[in-house]
Design a protein around this ligand. Structure first.
Ligand code: GDD
Ligand code: MN
Length: 324
C-alpha cells in the first residue's frame, strides 16, 4: 500500500472509529451507578424563566404547560421576558396572567431585542426562586411532574444543574431527528453518570440560582448559553447532569430544518471551543476532550480523506488499484 492510501485509510478509520469507540465507552459508563440521591419530596422555591421573541403562537400553551405542573403553586414563580416582539406575545402573556391570578406570573418587556441570554439574565436579576429553570416557548413538558423530577436531583448537594432528555415532536422532519436523538440521549446520560454532560437543553434546564449567579449568569457571546453555564458550574466541581427520568418534546421546524441544525451546531462549537478541558474536574476531562474532538476535529478528517483519495485519483492510482 502506498503511503497516501495508508494515510487515507488511517484517517478514515479514525473518523468512523472514534465516535464508535466513544459510544462503546459511554455504554460502559451507563451501567455504573449515579452516586447521586434524588429526593422526590424536595420542593424549594423555583423560578421558571421563558424568554420570548415573537412567540404569540406558543406562549399561552407554554404557560398552560407550566401551570399544569404539580409543583406547589406558592413556591413557583414564572417570568416571561419578552424582547420587543412584534406579534403581541407580551400582551398575550399579560392577558393569560390576569386570567390566572393563582399563578405568580411576571411579564418583563425589554425595549429592544438583545438576545435570549440577555433576557434570561434580566429574569435572573429579580428571580426569587432557589432554583432557576429555563424553558423555550416552543417546546413542551409532557410530564406533569417534570419540575418536581428536575428539582429532585438538585436536592443532592453534589448536583449544580439538571437538564432533560429530548424527543422531537412527532411531525415534520421528526423521523430523521428521532433516529439521531436515541444515540444522543444515551451519550448525554452516560456522560452525566460519569460526571457531567457538557450539552444542556434550553427546553428544560434547572440550575441552583446561587451557582448561576456565581458564574455570572448566561454568557452573551456564546449561542449555547444553557450548556455553557452548566459547564461553568461543573468546572466549579458540581455535577451537571441530564436526568434519566426527565423528557421534553422539542419543536422541530418544518421550514429551514437544515439551517436550524447548522445554527445549533455552530452554537455548540462556540461553547466547546471556550470550555477548556484542563479546568474541568478530572472525571469530566475525558468527556470534554471526546466531545471537543468529535465536534471540532473529527468532521475535518473526512475532508482529509476525500482530499487524499482525490490526490490518488489525480495520479491515476485509485483506478489502477481497482483494475488489479
Ligand atoms: N427574550 C428573548 N429575546 N427571547 C428570545 C430571543 C431574544 O432575542 N431570541 C430567541 N428567544 C427565545 C425564543 O422565543 C424561544 O422561546 C427561545 O428563546 C429559544 O429560541 P429558538 O429560536 O426556539 O431556539 P432554537 O430552538 O434554535 O435553540 C434552542 O435550543 C438550543 C439547544 O437546546 C435555544 O434554547 C438554544 O439556546 C439552545 O442552545
Ligand atoms: Mn426552538
Amino acid at each position: 500500500m502506498d503511503p497516501l492510501t495508508a494515510l487515507g485509510a488511517a484517517l478514515a478509520a479514525a473518523h468512523f472509529g472514534t465516535p464508535l469507540a466513544y459510544y462503546a465507552a459511554a455504554r460502559r459508563w451507563l451501567k455504573t451507578p449515579w452516586h447521586i440521591k434524588p429526593d422526590p419530596t424536595y420542593a424549594p422555591t423555583a423560578t421558571v424563566a421563558i424568554p420570548t421573541y415573537n412567540e404569540a403562537r406558543n406562549i399561552e400553551e407554554k404557560l398552560e404547560d407550566i401551570y399544569r405542573q404539580d409543583y406547589p403553586r406558592d413556591r413557583l414563580e414564572i417570568i416571561v421576558v419578552d424582547s420587543a416582539s412584534t406579534d403581541g406575545t407580551a400582551e398575550k402573556a399579560r392577558r393569560w396572567a390576569t386570567a390566572h391570578p393563582d399563578a405568580d406570573v411576571k411579564v418583563v418587556e425589554e425595549p429592544q431585542r438583545r438576545g435570549k441570554a440577555s433576557a434570561l439574565n434580566a429574569a435572573l436579576d429579580t428571580a426569587r426562586g432557589e432554583v432557576f429553570v429555563i424553558t423555550d416557548a416552543d417546546c413542551r413538558w409532557p410530564q406533569k411532574d417534570a419540575l418536581r423530577r428536575a428539582v429532585s436531583w438538585l436536592a443532592d448537594p453534589a448536583v449544580g444543574a439538571v437538564t432533560c432528555l429530548k424527543k422531537p415532536a412527532a411531525d415534520g422532519p421528526a423521523g430523521v431527528e428521532a433516529g439521531y436523538r436515541d444515540r444522543y440521549n444515551i451519550l448525554r446520560l452516560a456522560e452525566s453518570k460519569k460526571w457531567a454532560t457538557p450539552i444542556f437543553h434550553g427546553e428544560l434546564a434547572a440550575y441552583k440560582t446561587e451557582l448561576l449567579r456565581k458564574v455570572g449568569g448566561f454568557p452573551l457571546d456564546i449561542g449555547a448559553d444553557d450548556s455553557h453555564t452548566a459547564a461553568k458550574i461543573a468546572a466549579m466541581g458540581y455535577r451537571a447532569i441530564a436526568a434519566e427520568d426527565l423528557w421534553c418534546v422539542e419543536a422541530v421546524p418544518h421550514n429551514g430544518y437544515h439551517k436550524w441544525r447548522i445554527r445549533r451546531a455552530q452554537h455548540l462549537l462556540q461553547h466547546l471551543l471556550k470550555t477548556p478541558a484542563a479546568e474541568a474536574p478530572p472525571p469530566m476531562r475525558p468527556i470534554l476532550l471526546a466531545e471537543k474532538y468529535l465536534h471540532l476535529a473529527n468532521p475535518w478528517l473526512l475532508l482529509a480523506v476525500v482530499a487524499a483519495v482525490k490526490n490518488l485519483r489525480d495520479k491515476g492510482l485509485v483506478w489502477e488499484m481497482q483494475e488489479k
